[in-house]
Design a protein around this ligand. Structure first.
Ligand code: G4P
Length: 535
């Protein structure tokens, strides 16, 4: 542990989190409101041009420009009331990919954003499970309260039933839809009145320190007041009390109701979140946990973003700093190769700008110029240290395709391109034991990754490919890896392949066939995720 107070203070004021949600729940809108509070976006007008803004934030790949969407995730940093905030963006629309999952490995907490009218949706469930696996605290913001939403008790039940986590409402909505009046803040015993002006909230404080203040009756009317008293009484009696330790362990999620678009409830949420969310915590390594306030620097690469400049094939490797202080041009050891390398041209990201970094601390995310030397999962640390951080898991691909070349003469470039792109973690590569090397099977988490692959092979490697979608939706690693084709039962709904590290994998078309083959082969384990990236 460090005796350096500056280091400790710097680490303790850092909050590094990701916003997880289903497309259209309002993540972009909420992120922009947060950036607005941090002064990272100055003009309110920037919010209006939201789509253009979204585009500008990570306008790095040509394909993004064509489609106006963000293919790869990025990180945004800003300061707010003494806190240094890193928001990790988790791409959501068709651009959902392994990067979305991997980003969560670099976060210390997550904000789960739910559309109040729709409740818990598919993509939120997937991302929630990754956060769960990591045991990070999850704060929930129920958005779009200015519209007609589901009943708040129903939403709480849905969160518990679909996600298996209890929730503790920190505020409570008053009215619904056109009758929405605002929220009752339970800890402050005040009503935050909703005004659709985009300027935050008017506060009506309680004189008696409880929801029972008759003054509230005048403000919101008899009907809503009686209902509010009833609801709060029920929550006080039967609801889970707020318990920070449970929140920290990811067992209880604090629940906030608001509306990002009208800027209602965003600032109180941000302030509560910054107070309650944890600063950077220890990270697991093969020699035990590494404390963030250790004097020596360490970090790991969790994402590699290609094509910043297609002419040079340069890449940006995103590093999460896990301990100590980072300084520009510092020499670090890359554990995988044992080489000492100079970290030059480090960058941080402030809304749409990239800034050179002079120094950074545990909890921060920085982008490193990568001439092709980094791999996802690489540990970088002070030359005095000697350990590897726990590997970054591979996340289950859900779409598979046969990929082959149009021109057999381009075989070498094809294999090189496929290898490099898979090293960046943009695709998972598989091969049929009997297939020619000109045909590989690609697994991806989101289908857009296949389009990105086609585009990149053509533009960066000069290779035209043919993509034929395969009917599989699940991949399982076998243990021990000795399943025979006979044991699969000669069905077209399952296929034996190997991954890049020659491990045996079975691809299944559906859950039913997977269950049948698993039941027929009780001596074989079918693993969803291979433990770590291996050389
Ligand atoms: P995403 O990044 O999660 O995909 O969502 P995004 O912020 O793009 O928001 C999706 C839509 O929901 C947008 O409408 C946005 O304006 C709207 N929205 C976000 N927060 C709120 C809210 O608190 N209340 C209401 N009523 N709507 C909200 P859009 O019509 O798709 O885009 P735009 O025309 O508003 O730009």
């Amino acid at each position: 542990m460090s005796s350096d107070n500056t280091l400790l203070n710097e680490i303790n004021r850092r909050r590094t989190f990701a916003i997880i949600s289903h497309p259209d729940a309002g993540k972009t809108t909420l992120t922009e409101k947060l950036l607005l509070y941090g002064g990272a976006i100055r003009l309110a007008g920037a919010v209006k041009g939201r789509k253009a803004q979204k585009h500008a934030v990570s306008d790095w790949m040509e394909i993004e420009k064509q489609r106006g969407i963000s293919v790869t995730s990025s990180v945004m940093q800003f300061e707010y009331e003494g806190f240094h905030i890193n928001i990790l963006d988790t791409p959501g629309h068709q651009d959902f990919s392994e990067d979305t999952y991997r980003t969560l490995v670099a976060a210390d907490s997550a904000v789960m954003l739910i559309d109040g009218a729709k409740g818990v949706e598919a993509q939120t469930i997937k991302l929630f499970h990754v956060c769960r696996m990591r045991g990070i605290p999850i704060f929930t913001f129920i958005n779009k309260m200015d519209r007609f939403c589901k009943d708040p008790f129903e939403l709480m039940e849905e969160i518990e039933n679909t996600l298996g986590i209890r929730s503790c409402p920190m505020n409570w909505p008053i009215g619904n839809g056109v009758d929405f009046k605002g929220v009752y803040n339970r800890s402050k015993a005040q009503i935050e009145l909703f005004e659709n002006s985009g300027h935050g909230q008017n506060i009506v404080a309680s004189e008696v320190g409880s929801v029972g203040d008759e003054h509230f009756r005048e403000v919101i009317g008899d009907k809503l007041y009686d209902k509010l008293c009833e609801d709060i009484e029920l929550l006080d009696m039967a609801g889970d009390p707020f318990d920070l330790e449970k929140v920290k362990r990811g067992e209880l999620t604090p629940l906030y109701f608001g509306s990002a678009m009208t800027n209602f409830g965003v600032q109180p949420f941000l302030e509560d979140f910054l107070r309650l969310a944890p600063p950077p915590s220890a990270h697991k390594s093969d020699i035990g946990e590494i404390a963030p306030d250790s004097d020596e620097f360490s970090g790991f690469i969790f994402k590699i973003q290609a094509n910043m400049n297609p002419a040079h094939r340069d890449r940006i490797a995103f590093m999460r700093i896990c301990s100590g202080k980072f300084e520009k041009d510092m020499m670090v050891k890359q554990m995988r190769t044992g080489k000492t390398i100079k970290l030059s041209q480090p960058q941080q990201f402030l809304a749409q700008d990239r800034n050179a970094v002079e120094e950074a601390y545990a909890g921060d995310i920085i982008g490193l110029f990568d001439p092709g030397i980094f791999k996802i999962g690489d540990t970088l640390c002070s030359p005095k240290l000697n350990f590897n951080f726990e590997g970054i898991p591979m996340f289950p691909a859900e779409h598979f395709a046969n990929v082959s070349i149009k021109d057999a003469m381009k075989r070498k470039q094809f294999l090189k391109g496929m290898e490099q792109i898979s090293q960046e973690g943009a695709i998972q590569l598989f091969k049929r034991p009997d297939a020619a090397y000109e045909t590989l099977i690609v697994g991806v988490v989101g289908v857009l990754q296949l389009e990105v692959l086609e585009y990149r092979l053509k533009n960066e490697y000069g290779v035209n490919i043919i993509i034929e979608r395969l009917p599989f939706t699940y991949a399982r690693w076998t243990e021990p890896g000795n399943l025979t084709p006979d044991q699969l039962g000669f069905t077209g709904d399952a296929m034996l392949v190997t991954d890049q590290y020659q491990r045996q994998v079975v691809l299944f078309a559906n859950q039913w066939i997977m269950n049948r083959i698993e039941n027929n082969n009780p001596d074989i384990k079918f693993l969803e995720i291979p433990p770590v990236y291996k050389e």
